[in-house]
Write a protein that binds this ligand. Structure first.
Ligand SMILES: Nc1nc2c(ncn2[C@@H]2O[C@H](COP(=O)(O)OP(=O)(O)OP(=O)(O)O)[C@@H](O)[C@H]2O)c(=O)[nH]1
Ligand SMILES: [Mg+2]
Length: 209
């Protein structure tokens, strides 16, 4: 029997790691270089045990016309929305991505990912102001890269797990859908499989209703 295919959108700000997450999930690979996605890349992946096929629409995150983004949304079954744990701004934009996509698709199942967990993993202080000096010490190369790629010094105020929890509980009431959220690393692979599979499960469940 042919597997049921689901169209899944990857959304989130530029350079949060959408392409890297798909590459990790589909090819078990990671690349440190940043090559901005132009337009859309679609990758297929069959999910063992769930008996479904995911069509992963990896969409560029850099700011361009809203309409251009929206032209890819119709017919989507689910969404993976990603932010970058080292750039607070990308967390604040989650709401925009969600409302933009739902204005076209209606409320559909989604998963939220806080990515680049490897960069903050050893970071134990809960003081946001410490993150910048921590990253400078532990990840000097990465800082140089950031300065190069984002024309500005990134805002290293970190989203604590509590912040995400508070935001997510609010959002669930707001959109009236329960959704899971994960901290992942496309670099180490941590939680990537879990996050993608959790959306697969939600899609299967929503089909049965
Ligand atoms: N350390 C670390 N770096 C990551 C991780 N995920 C992605 N990166 C790096 O972050 C940069 C951006 O990653 P991409 O996957 O290209 O980001 P994107 O969201 O697809 O960006 P756009 O296509 O411009 O929207 C690249 O240099 C990646 O190597 C991660 O989990 N950890
Ligand atoms: Mg990309």
């Amino acid at each position: 029997m042919a597997l049921r295919s689901y169209k899944i959108l990857l959304l989130g700000d530029g350079a949060v790691g959408k392409t890297s997450l798909v590459r990790r999930f589909v090819e078990q690979k990671f690349d440190d270089r940043y090559i901005e996605t132009i337009g859309v890349n679609v990758k297929k992946k069959e999910i063992p045990n769930l008996d479904i096929k995911m069509l992963l629409w990896d969409i560029y995150g850099q700011k361009m016309s809203k309409d251009l983004h929206a032209s890819h949304y119709s017919g989507a079954d689910g969404v993976i929305i990603t932010y970058d744990l080292t750039r607070y701004k990308t967390f604040l934009n989650l709401d925009n991505w969600i409302s933009d996509v739902f204005s076209i698709t209606g409320n559909i199942p989604f998963v939220v990912i806080g990515n680049k967990f490897d960069l903050i993993e050893g970071y134990e202080s809960s003081r946001y102001s410490d993150i910048e000096s921590y990253l400078k010490k532990e990840h000097a190369e990465m800082i140089a890269f950031y300065e190069d790629v984002y024309d500005e010094m990134p805002d290293f105020s970190r989203v604590s797990p509590e912040d995400l929890w508070v935001w997510a509980e609010d959002k669930k009431r707001d959109v009236d859908i329960d959704f899971p959220y994960y901290f992942t690393s496309a670099k180490t692979g941590e939680n990537v499989e879990e996050a993608f599979r959790s959306l697969g499960k939600l899609l299967k469940e929503s089909d049965r209703k």
